[in-house]
Write a protein that binds this ligand. Structure first.
Ligand code: CP3
Length: 355
């Protein structure tokens, strides 16, 4: 395997000195790029892209050709695990993901098992291996999974949700059933991420998109506890390097200390918290990832640069910051604005890294 040409992203996650702040964007491959839309149309569906290693690799590399990004992220989805468990995943245009066989009761949970990462999910590992080969050491590759709680919301609701009534109904009326499901998911995610690491992922990130809809107590019991269990079970060193782990709970700003306590290397932040506050609270313990509002990419170049400067100043001097958006890039953002953002991070961050 070729040596890494740019390891800023891995170094920043471990607070090792860097020459500039690394940057990548959540959902950096996807529909805001015309070259993605063209390849997706050719492939026929999103899952066809994910299941073909050459296409998944091509889509992963597309944003890296346009922008000076410091990391690549595996092109896949968090819902591959429930799909492999037999729930029947469909992506309906304009409607988001849907499951044909959602989880409604204890008997449904008892019917499913931990998917074999090199069996039903082998297409994901094949994509990781292909991407590592095609990257030729240009930048590190990020592997990822959804958190058990976030995956469970889709599995119990049967798709996306606004009020989470079904899963919260289960949480309050049948907590043991939900814990059984979350425990199964924690085991599945641990095996899935470890297989991604063995296949070549140099860092992993857990997306807890919906942890922020929980009460503080329920967050700890039904989401954080299971992410902690996963962190405890992950391979932390591979190819002679540490494999950093990033936890991202959207709307988790109230619980940063508890998230940092899991033993993760970095905490992902959405835009509802000031970078300076997050730094003061947990910046001595973990690296921080984030946190520009993705809607800022609708603004002028001057406004984007001003916001980047504000966030960089909030983090301040030294390593330990991976710049990102606070959530995924929106699908109608002009790609030129993403370029302004990425270039601004590199240019404006240099004064913070003089040694
Ligand atoms: O970041 C990247 O570039 C890597 C790829 C990636 C995708 N999904 C590709 C994708 C990642 C990291 C995800 C994670 C994901 N998927 C999350 C967690 C992160 C977050 O955004 O909160 C969630 C909640 C999902 C579930 C999911 N998958 C949704 C809600 C959707 C959108 C459905 C729709 O049609 O709008 C998807 C589909 C999806 N995943 C697309 C992409 C590029 C769009 C599919 C298409 O081309 O139609």
């Amino acid at each position: 395997m070729s040596a890494l040409q740019n390891d800023r992203y891995l170094r920043a996650l471990l607070k090792q000195p860097v020459d500039a702040t690394p940057v990548w964007m959540m959902r950096q491959a996807g529909r805001y790029l015309p070259e993605y839309r063209a390849l997706r149309a050719e492939a026929g569906s999103f899952m066809n892209l994910c299941q073909n290693p050459e296409l998944a690799s091509e889509v992963t590399l597309q944003p890296l050709r346009r922008f000076d990004l410091d990391a690549a992220i595996l092109f896949s989805d968090i819902l591959t695990i429930p799909d492999a468990m037999g729930l029947g995943l469909r992506f309906e245009t304009g409607e988001g993901p849907k499951f044909d066989r959602p989880i409604t009761c204890k008997a449904d949970v008892e019917k499913i098992g931990v998917p074999d990462p090199e069996g039903e999910l082998q297409y994901v590992m094949n994509a990781v291996r292909q991407i590592r080969k095609d990257l030729q050491g240009q930048v590190p590759l990020i592997g990822f999974s959804g958190s058990p709680w976030t995956l469970a919301t889709y599995m119990v609701e049967g798709g996306s949700s606004k009020a989470f009534t079904k899963i919260k109904g289960m949480m309050y009326s049948e907590p043991a059933t939900l814990h059984l499901l979350l425990d199964l998911l924690a085991n599945s995610v641990t095996q899935y991420l470890n297989a991604q690491i063995k296949a070549g992922a140099q860092s992993v990130m857990i997306f807890d998109t919906w942890g922020g809809v929980l009460t503080p107590r329920d967050y700890r019991e039904f989401s954080l506890q299971y992410m902690h269990k996963i962190v405890d079970g992950l391979i932390r060193e591979n190819e002679g390097r540490r494999v950093p782990v990033t936890l991202f709970t959207k709307n988790g700003g109230m619980w940063l200390e508890a998230i940092a306590d899991t033993g993760c290397d970095a905490v992902g932040l959405d835009w509802t918290i000031e970078m300076a506050d997050a730094k003061a609270r947990i910046g001595d313990r973990v690296a921080l990832q984030g946190n520009m509002d993705p809607s800022m990419l609708y603004a002028s170049a001057e406004r984007i640069e001003q916001e980047v400067a504000h966030i960089l100043a909030g983090f301040g001097q030294g390593s330990g910051h991976v710049f990102n958006l606070g959530h995924g890039i929106h699908l109608d953002v002009p790609p030129e604005n993403a370029k302004v953002f990425v270039d601004a991070v590199h240019r404006l961050s240099q004064p913070y890294h003089t040694r």
